[in-house]
Design a protein around this ligand. Sequence first.
Ligand SMILES: [Zn+2]
Length: 164
Amino acid sequence: MQWIEPAARHLMNCTGFSLLEEDAAAIGFDVFYRIVSTKFSVDTMRKMMEYNVPDLIKDPNCETYASCSAVWTAEWWNGLAPHILHPNYTTVGERIKKELKSCTIPGVCVGCQTLTFDVLEELGTFSRDSELIEECISDVKGLCGDTSPLEKPLYTDRAFTWSL
Ligand SMILES: [Zn+2]
């Protein structure tokens, strides 16, 4: 049963859908459906995340909010959105979290950026995609009778840069 988790992670990691018809038949409808529906959900989630620019939360001490907000929106579209939809990544939430936490966006005050980051984190914005995938891997293992705990989260090590 040790092959189930690596195989399921590999399928989740594939760009697009590359499962052969005979393989789909071999893994069974329940497992096939679980994997395909999760991939579809993660894809939809990413599109929603990219398209719905989160409001910049106003820091009480900010005196340039209109400008902070305009720059934030522009940078979301120009700097972040292309990374959210990048086809090489299976998950993007954790990567975006790391980037937003470590960079200072020129034109957005630190107060507004920090507050917005904290609210996004509290809402679970950065962890939703990986949580969906981990749930799927866990379910697939269960469907195959493997009751061992999950081995490793699904993050690739590809570089991610904020392109301002
Ligand atoms: Zn501000």
